[in-house]
Design a protein around this ligand. Structure first.
Ligand code: FAD
Ligand code: NAI
Length: 472
């Protein structure tokens, strides 16, 4: 009998399993994914076909773009620049292999057992594991943690095929499509659209909503829309794909843009309209655990209606982010070990790894207005940052929102260099209840792009040094 059986080895599941074992619990992690060579592929979407391979390609494509378009400004001329897509893909695949293999090493070091196969919970304490050869075995568990993640959504207007692909397919094109259509201007659409646009594709993004990145602060939404357009992403808002057809060498699509019906043709079409939780056939109906819109229902501690069955990561409510799943994994392992643990869902950072990056934490202006919170704004443009100018990354700004009465920081929104790292600094300060004055009174190294956060905090109280203040 295991103390803990985790189903799924993504960033939620493998972290839960390692923490549980560190806490002295006998732990098994079940994973169904096998790589092309028949070896177990641990690490879930994040390591295999998500966060890591996409960031590897974002980096490679950015270097290519810089070499192609930017280095001459620095007096560096490359006469015969050549793109080798196969080498780029190999580098990405090597990184994935190293990291997924690393999880097996972490499992051995932490005494987590792993088992290949598809897990399903057939009773409150029994998980059935079906192997790829059709055989099955049952394992007994005091606690079960479901961490089965999510999969790309397929829409009737664009069934996946050879040229119509999901995010996984878009991470493995063997050549740069001359023209690329993307359905959905969400995080995947923008990150992968950036990759292929930098490598030379003419990218058209078809987005159903009439607001760009509605989950971001309105200033970020406005500025980033302009920047993506400048970078060559032709983003069609208020446009819904109605049909698509794979032809011999292309994909023909029709979409409704407002009142108009538009036809277009691309070499490839990426469908990135969101992801759906992997919750079907995981839980026996007799357990009576509720599933709402595919998400397994849990309380704030990721516990289902049965005390010993937990669910974490993309398969439960909240943002579909690796770090959110990992923190839930740690919380659940600690709770199983009867320790006190919480996740602060108010401070989950978000990052879009475009160039410049977009990152935020806490509330944005729209949310504060909806909640009738009285707030003040401190904003600092990277155009006024010495370091940002020196490294040729002066687009964007840092925006700090704080409570009018208490000066407590309520949200930080960054579009610009190292946005993810700056937001992380902000988040740490917010965990400790910082006010914008606390940040203003903190010394920042010069010259760093983080100084823009310092200046934005100073600007909240009309004290910024390197920009003209609002009223004085
Ligand atoms: P998953 O990572 O999906 O892992 C679930 C695992 O469970 C899988 O390995 C699956 O094979 C296994 N499984 C499923 N059912 C069973 C079963 N019945 N039995 C056994 N095993 C099973 N998030 C970020 O935070 N930052 C990023 O930069 C980022 N980039 C992304 C880029 C792309 C292209 C994509 C697609 C996603 C990205 N994400 C990113 C999202 C991130 O990958 C997910 O939020 C994260 O992987 C969810 O973790 P998880 O452990 O809940 O599920
Ligand atoms: P998403 O939810 O971010 O965006 C999907 C977009 O598609 C939305 O703007 C939506 O309005 C649009 N859409 C939906 N149906 C449509 C249709 N029929 N026609 C046109 N547009 C349509 O989903 P996405 O980009 O697929 O990513 C899934 C999740 O993966 C993200 O929500 C995020 O949680 C995670 N992710 C995180 C990353 C990061 O942290 N950097 C990177 C990539 C993914």
């Amino acid at each position: 009998m295991y103390d803990v059986v985790v189903i799924g080895s993504g960033p939620a599941g493998y972290v839960a399993a390692i923490r549980a074992s560190q806490l002295g619990l006998k732990t098994l992690c079940i994973e169904e994914l096998i790589d092309d060579s028949g070896k177990p592929s641990l690490g879930g979407t994040c390591l295999n076909v998500g966060c890591i391979p996409s960031k590897a390609l974002l980096d490679s494509s950015h270097r290519y773009y810089e070499a192609n378009k930017k280095l001459s400004e620095h007096g560096i001329n490359i006469s015969s620049l050549k793109l080798d897509v196969a080498a780029m893909m190999k580098r990405k695949d090597d990184i994935v292999e190293k990291l997924t293999g690393g999880i097996s090493g972490l499992f051995s070091a932490n005494k987590v057992e792993s088992m290949m196969g598809r897990g399903s919970v057939i009773s409150q304490n029994i998980v059935k594991v079906t192997k790829s050869d059709g055989s099955s075995e049952e394992v007994e568990a005091k606690n079960i943690v479901i961490a089965t993640g999510s999969s790309p959504i397929e829409i009737p207007a664009a069934k996946f095929g050879k040229k119509i692909v999901d995010s996984t397919g878009a991470l493995s094109f063997d050549e740069v499509p001359k023209s690329l259509g993307i359905v959905g201007a969400g995080i995947i659409g923008l990150e992968l659209g950036s990759v292929w646009s930098r490598l030379g594709s003419k990218v058209t993004v078809i987005e159903a909503l009439d607001t760009f990145l509605p989950m971001t602060d309105p200033d970020i939404s406005k500025e980033t829309f302009k920047e993506f357009k400048n970078q060559g992403l032709d983003i069609k808002l208020n446009s819904t794909l109605t049909s698509s057809k794979e032809l011999k060498n292309s994909v023909k699509v029709t979409y409704e843009q407002g009142e108009n019906e538009v036809e277009d043709e691309f070499d490839k079409l990426i469908v990135a309209v969101g992801r759906k939780p992997n919750s079907s056939e995981i839980l026996s109906k007799e357990l009576n655990i509720k599933i709402e819109n595919g998400f397994i229902e849990v309380n704030q501690h990721c516990q289902t209606s049965l005390k010993n069955i937990w669910a974490i990561g993309d398969v439960v409510r909240g943002p579909m982010l690796a770090h959110k799943g990992s923190e839930e994994g740690i919380m659940v392992a600690e709770r199983i070990a009867e320790k006190h643990a919480e996740v602060n869902y108010d401070l989950v950072p978000s990052v879009i790894y475009s160039h410049p990056e977009i990152a935020w934490v806490g509330k944005n202006e729209n949310e504060l207005k909806d909640e009738s919170v009285q707030y003040k704004t401190g904003k600092f443009p990277f155009a006024a940052s010495g370091r940002a100018l020196a490294v040729d990354q002066s687009t964007g700004f840092v925006k700090v929102l704080s409570d009018v009465k208490t000066d407590t920081i309520l949200g930080v929104h960054v579009f610009g260099p190292a946005a993810a790292e700056i937001v992380q600094q902000a988040l740490i300060s917010m965990e400790f209840g910082a006010s914008s004055e606390d940040i203003a009174l903190t010394m920042f190294s010069h010259p760093t792009v983080s100084e823009a956060f310092h200046e934005a905090a100073l600007a909240s109280n009309n004290q910024a040094i390197h920009i003209g203040n609002k009223s004085r």
